[in-house]
Design a protein. Structure first.
Length: 317
């Protein structure tokens, strides 16, 4: 089934009429618009293996204003755009690896805290969830289907040995996606156990729910190779007045610069770094990020929401 787009009521929809261009024609178009191509053979290879459209997000900052005229700034080059692409790719890989560590830690805390309080099958108890008639029932059905189709030996061994309809939480959450984990936590009724899980990470439960949703969004973005650098994200994580570990000073120029909307790269990376203080106090995320900025010195950190004083923040020192 194709996608159906609806124009705004006061606009007339246009039929798409652009025709595909060969890689040679694409390079000629870029040169006509003022982009310097250092090595045409290499550029054609990159267009063939990455695509014009994906790379266009990285030469967009090199356009003159107004950008809709598609004229490049003086000294703008293909190689500059490709280096931005490489920086973004390496940053996504770094972020994805750290989110994995946080995901594993969240699963562990939910298993330990809730199993201790409510037993190994707490995830099947409707009484613990607010929205059991919709999302929780769907979660159980989906996770049951995944368990049945799972090739994990521990799931198969459980099914062969026991008659229970669901595996215990430590098996179920192991095969659950991060999105399912986020939904499961959000749907838990307020209480001591829910607060304890969030408190472990230095957050209130309402803030922890928001941050889990944010991390799932970031994980999916990175996994699908979407642009991370110089992006306004589609989520704005909530904040709380005080934190148990260093984050960003409330009166900091860095925070003031981003306080109107917590949806830029600086805020997202700060959230990761804050959580990693609990998950792995000796983490090297900050060191790796700084090494990445040194490897690509032409990357504008200001476009990512970093203020001129960001390096002095308690979290980033």
């Amino acid at each position: 089934m194709g996608f159906l787009f609806f124009p705004f009521p006061d606009q007339m929809a246009l039929q798409y009429s652009k025709q595909p261009l060969s890689h040679t024609e694409q390079l000629e178009l870029l040169e006509k618009r003022g982009l310097f191509i250092e090595d045409k053979s290499k550029a054609q290879h990159l267009l063939n293996n990455i695509s014009y459209y994906r790379l266009s997000g990285y030469w967009h900052p090199l356009l003159q204003s107004p950008k809709h005229l598609h004229q490049f700034k003086e000294n703008a080059s293909f190689n500059t755009a490709f280096k931005l692409y490489c920086f973004d790719r390496e940053l996504r890989q770094l972020v994805l690896g750290e989110i994995e560590k946080i995901e594993v830690a969240v699963k562990s805390q939910m298993i330990n805290t809730l199993a201790t309080a409510f037993g190994p099958f707490w995830h099947t108890d409707r009484a613990l969830f607010r929205n059991y008639k919709n999302r929780h029932d769907k979660f159980l059905q989906k996770i049951t289907d995944e368990a049945i189709n799972s090739q994990e030996e521990f799931i198969q061994a459980f099914s062969n040995k026991y008659s229970d309809p669901y595996p215990p939480c430590w098996m179920t959450l192991e095969v659950a996606s991060f999105g399912q984990i986020s939904t499961l936590y959000s749907d838990l009724k307020p209480g001591r156990s829910k607060r304890a899980i969030a408190h472990h990470f230095g957050l209130k439960d309402s803030i922890f729910m928001s941050w889990l949703h944010t991390l799932v969004y970031l994980r999916n973005l990175c996994a699908h190779h979407s642009r991370f650098w110089n992006r306004t994200f589609g989520v704005s994580p909530k904040t709380q007045a005080t934190y148990s570990k260093p984050l960003i000073s409330p009166n900091s120029p860095a925070l003031h610069a981003t306080s109107t909307a917590n949806n830029n790269t600086f805020v997202m990376l700060s959230i990761l770094l804050y959580l990693l203080q609990t998950v792995n106090p000796k983490n090297t995320f900050k060191t790796k990020f700084l090494a990445l900025t040194r490897k690509y010195p032409n990357v504008d950190l200001g476009a990512m929401g970093f203020s001129s004083t960001w390096a002095g923040e308690p979290l980033w020192r």
